[in-house]
Design a protein around this ligand. Structure first.
Ligand SMILES: Nc1ncnc2c1ncn2[C@@H]1O[C@H](COP(=O)(O)OP(=O)(O)OP(=O)(O)O)[C@@H](O)[C@H]1O
Length: 561
């Protein structure tokens, strides 16, 4: 079933088919020379659906919270995405290998266009709707994207810079109204043919480009291949996300982040349904009501959202079908996991990875969870703690999280930072790719995250990971959330400073007294040298649109950078 397009796909038994993909995903079988997710996965599921080999739940289920719903079977998804592919190849003249920027809110067209890119062999470059004119110009210029597809809100920003982007030939708008200089995607889709021959892509052909967030210089373009993403999530989709063809999986992520692609490539190989709520902004009440109202079986949110969810009285909600919850993208405080578990009876499985990779570590279903650890290495990755030269460090020692890339680079890995051989080389030390994160591994192979390289605090010779201090603070009822960073100190060089958002009910406490209480609390629950010598109460923490705490902003503020 990895054969060329054109031939009707055979209809194997789902379990056999998924087992083959999983064996490839685990590195136990070679990656086929040719692979195209739309043809080799989605169209095969469509056939199995027709043959009655799949439960009747949709492949895609979108709600806007106002009563509008879109439900597609694999067959309907196939039909609509073939129409979309015809729009891209026809009026937009997109050729295989051409790049397309995809900046849409959580609307069904994001999934359609992603699949249409696969069908046409185009390379998608997802981005978030918060991109400024400057961000858009930079991304369009360096990627030389030929098309951008977006919605109304971004039109003025794109129009303001498109004259400076010579490669940009077509602007596609997803809207019910028309704009001068823009093609209307919805109108074109309505007219398009449902007949389309999927392009025969090689597994090594590019599939997607993700811009890194650019914490250390200009954002870099991490390129993934067809094989990397299409097959790289099958194993973690089953082991970490525990997906089957009867599951309905909701990940609240923004479409511009890798997590949206992670979800797509985890869920659909298993025949699961991807559930989407338009969710224009994060609203915990909406999330809880949605979980109660729809038969969602599997949930993924960033830890920040779980931190907010556990502040609510969860016993007021009955989640009719929820049975498996995963999180990742930043550190999960053990306290949050325990509160979620005690209130819902559900375990929270943490995973760890990057835009450059698939899942690096995870707490998989059925394995013992060590609270505070991000789990064990996710095969086929060989993950080790290494020094700055790439030498493997002894168990328990803190170092860089490294993924082995020599003698064999895992297939499920970014190919390079495009146009940036220096940065690509700089991320490699010896036989390892260096993630930029610090951690240690215990004797059982569990990884314990300490912080990003830049976030680790060095105070009087002690190295302190911010997440340890934040987790200790999280155990105090006064703390809603916190961010811990280094702050200059004339004697110690740098000291630990905690920025704390107080829980409701604690805001009227005497600040000096509360600071002392919190400092004593941290000294009690973790090594005393880690306690925050400086504390500031704030109303909110700076976060990325994906909800991650931006410690670098607070640190720069402290150091006057
Ligand atoms: N489970 C986890 N625990 C702790 N940190 C995590 C976890 N999962 C992901 N991360 C953090 O998120 C990073 C990867 O995130 P992503 O690729 O989205 O880039 P980003 O957050 O935009 O960061 P960058 O600034 O490096 O571009 C990891 O390197 C790690 O620092």
């Amino acid at each position: 079933f990895c054969g060329p397009p054109g031939r009707p796909p055979p209809s194997p038994v789902p379990s056999e088919m998924v087992a083959t993909w999983e064996a490839i995903s685990l590195g136990r079988q070679p990656v086929p020379e040719y692979f195209n997710f739309a043809h080799d996965v989605l169209d095969v599921w469509s056939q199995m659906e027709k043959d009655g080999h799949r439960p009747p739940n949709p492949a895609f289920w979108w709600v806007d919270g106002l009563g509008t719903e879109v439900k597609w079977s694999f067959e309907e998804l196939g039909k609509q995405s073939r129409k979309a592919a015809n729009v891209l190849q026809g009026v937009c003249s997109l050729q295989p290998g051409d790049r397309m920027m995809l900046v849409l809110p959580r609307i069904p067209e994001w999934w359609l266009v992603s699949v249409a890119c696969m069908r046409t062999g185009a390379v998608m470059i997802p981005g978030v709707s918060q991109l400024t004119e400057k961000d858009l110009k930079y991304r369009l210029q360096v990627s030389r994207a030929k098309i951008i597809i977006t919605s109304d809100s971004l039109v003025p920003r794109v129009d303001a810079i498109s004259a400076d982007c010579p490669s940009l030939q077509t602007k596609l708008l997803v809207s019910d109204s028309n704009r001068s200089g823009w093609l209307n995607f919805r109108e074109l889709l309505r007219e398009a043919s449902t007949e389309h021959n999927c392009v025969r892509t090689k597994s090594g052909d590019p599939l997607a480009i993700y811009f890194t967030s650019g914490t250390t210089g200009a954002p870099k373009m991490a390129e993934h291949t067809q094989g990397s993403y299409s097959l790289g999530f099958v194993a973690s989709g089953r082991r970490w996300v525990a997906l089957t063809d009867s599951d309905i999986f909701w990940n609240t992520t923004d479409t511009g982040w890798v997590k949206a692609a992670w979800t797509l490539f985890s869920a659909w190989p298993h025949g699961s349904c991807i559930f989407v709520h338009e969710l224009p902004r994060v609203d915990v009440k909406v999330i809880l009501k949605t979980l109660a109202r729809f038969p969602i079986t599997t949930l993924c949110c960033v830890p920040t959202i779980f931190r907010l969810l556990v502040q609510e009285d969860l016993t007021r909600y009955q989640f009719q079908s929820l049975k498996h919850c995963v999180t990742g993208g930043e550190f999960l405080n053990p306290d949050v996991r325990e509160k979620w578990k005690s209130q819902t009876g559900l375990e929270l499985y943490e995973g760890y990875g990057q835009s450059e990779t698939v899942v690096i570590c995870a707490n998989t279903k059925g394995e013992n969870i060590k609270s505070g650890s991000m789990g064990k290495a996710s095969p086929p990755y060989d993950v080790q703690i290494v020094d700055d030269e790439g030498n493997i460090l002894p168990q328990g020692e803190e170092g860089n999280v490294g993924v082995r890339i020599r003698p064999t680079r895992p297939f499920c890995f970014f190919s390079c930072y495009l146009n940036n051989p220096e940065k690509t080389a700089a991320a490699e030390r010896g036989s390892f790719y260096i993630t930029g994160d610090r951690a240690h591994m215990d004797k059982d192979g569990y990884f314990w995250f300490m912080g990003r390289n830049d976030d680790v605090i060095n105070s009087s010779g002690y190295r302190i990971g911010p997440v340890d201090v934040e987790s200790a603070l999280a155990e105090h009822p006064a703390v809603l959330e916190s961010a811990v960073v280094s702050s200059p100190d004339p004697i110690r060089g740098e000291v630990v400073k905690a920025f704390i958002v107080l829980s409701p009910g604690y805001t009227s406490r005497d600040p000096e007294e509360l600071i002392q209480e919190l400092q004593e609390h941290v000294k009690r629950v973790t090594a005393p040298y880690k306690y925050p010598r400086k504390v500031a109460f704030v109303s909110e923490l700076p976060k990325t649109v994906s909800g991650k705490i931006q410690r670098s902003k607070l640190r720069n503020q402290e150091w006057g950078r």
